[in-house]
Design a protein around this ligand. Structure first.
Ligand SMILES: *Cc1c(COP(=O)(O)O)cnc(C)c1O
Length: 356
């Protein structure tokens, strides 16, 4: 069910600015493989892909279903699917022109004739990927299937947003020794956003990079990147404005007590919409130019805000997230998580609007 009490606005001009920030770090000729998994990190798969299709080379998704949706929406770019090909979707790779990821030598036997695939190597992430000691077995299996199109090799970094850690160089060394055993015309890619913006980024680029979070305007780690900006705004409105007396409490558990007589506002958003309850009493909202604190426990569908002595009209717009003023990065720090989790938690039922 579509819910209209919130307005999610996605700024496409900022998305383009973030893409340009990424491109400005790339050696010439390095391709951009835009990661649009999980509804483009909550921003809306189809609209984001439509906007980016002529500005990037590839799209990356996790599930073949997402690749199918891209094709059904008319997207023509190459699409890499991260998941291990599943039996019920094996025909889709050829049918929809999707590139499969092989993370296990046995998968080679399952793929349908004519399937394009990249091999994903596990060089330390220890999630999906072929292990270094399986390379010879993998090569034999690939040789036994001349009816498949082996087109690429990749790996995934687990700490590239912390360049000084050294783990990425270790992974890189393992990866380089693996790729030296393959044809040198294969398409090679390694970097997520952390790799793109890392101090040693040019060594990590190979033929293409796979940025996700930075496209949407968030740093992959703690280090600030000043030319990327959040592309999402989230606003709702004052559903009710009412007086409160000194000493009265607000919301479940009475976790906020009015320090003086004043006014509170009720806004129809809550944890059921993706505003984490753990942020209770920790965030601010914007009405016009003024910030107001959210007060008391965040409930499933409503929050309350402390208006002090102000009494805006019911219906007045209230921003929860807004550009660089109210960000998912700030919520993430307060909630003990990362912006990735904040933006992918904003419910799909909240309608997204797209602005140029
Ligand atoms: C999610 C993902 C990315 C993008 O990572 P960001 O940190 O969002 O840039 C790249 N590659 C793989 C394999 C991923 O799973």
């Amino acid at each position: 069910m579509v819910r209209l009490n919130s307005k999610i606005t996605i700024h496409l001009n900022k998305l383009e600015g973030n893409l340009n920030a990424i491109k400005s770090r790339l050696r010439s000729g390095v391709k951009v493989m835009a990661v649009v998994k999980d509804e483009a990190y909550g921003h809306g798969l189809i609209k984001i892909a439509e906007f980016l299709q002529h500005k990037v080379d590839w799209f990356c998704v996790v599930f073949a279903e997402e690749g199918k949706v891209l094709r059904e929406s008319g997207i023509k770019n190459p699409v890499l699917v991260f998941e291990t090909p599943q039996k019920n979707k094996l025909g889709w790779y050829k049918e929809f022109g999707l590139t499969a990821s092989v993370a296990d030598p046995d998968v080679i036997e399952l793929l349908e004739a004519g399937t394009d695939f990249h091999v994903n190597f596990d060089t330390g992430m220890h999630r999906l990927g072929v292990l270094p000691h399986q390379v010879d077995e993998l090569k034999k299996k690939i040789e036994s299937r001349p009816d498949l199109n082996h087109t690429g090799l990749y790996t995934h970094f687990f700490k590239s947003e912390i360049p000084e850690a050294g783990d990425t160089s270790d992974q890189l060394e393992v990866f380089k020794s693996i790729i030296s055993k393959f044809r040198d015309d294969l398409y090679v890619h390694t970097s997520n956003s952390g790799g793109v913006f890392s101090s040693s980024h040019q060594d990590l680029q190979f033929d293409g990079v796979r940025p996700g979070i930075s496209l949407y305007g968030y740093e992959p780690g703690e280090a600030l990147i000043d030319d990327i900006n959040p592309i999402i705004d989230w606003s709702s409105f004052l559903m009710q404005v009412k007086p409160i007396k000194k000493g009265e409490t607000v919301s479940y558990g009475g976790r906020w007590e009015a320090p003086e007589d004043g006014f509170i506002g009720v806004v129809p958003v809550g944890y059921g919409h993706g505003l984490f309850r753990i942020l209770s009493n920790k965030i601010k909202v914007l009405i016009g130019e003024r910030y107001y604190p959210q007060i008391g426990t965040i409930t499933m569908d409503f929050i309350m805000i402390d208006l002090g002595q102000d009494m805006p009209e019911p219906g007045t717009e209230v921003f929860l997230l807004k550009g660089n003023d109210l960000t998912a990065g700030d919520w993430a720090r307060k909630a003990g998580t990362i912006p990735y989790e904040i933006v992918t938690s904003i419910k799909e039922s909240l309608v997204r609007e797209y602005k140029d």
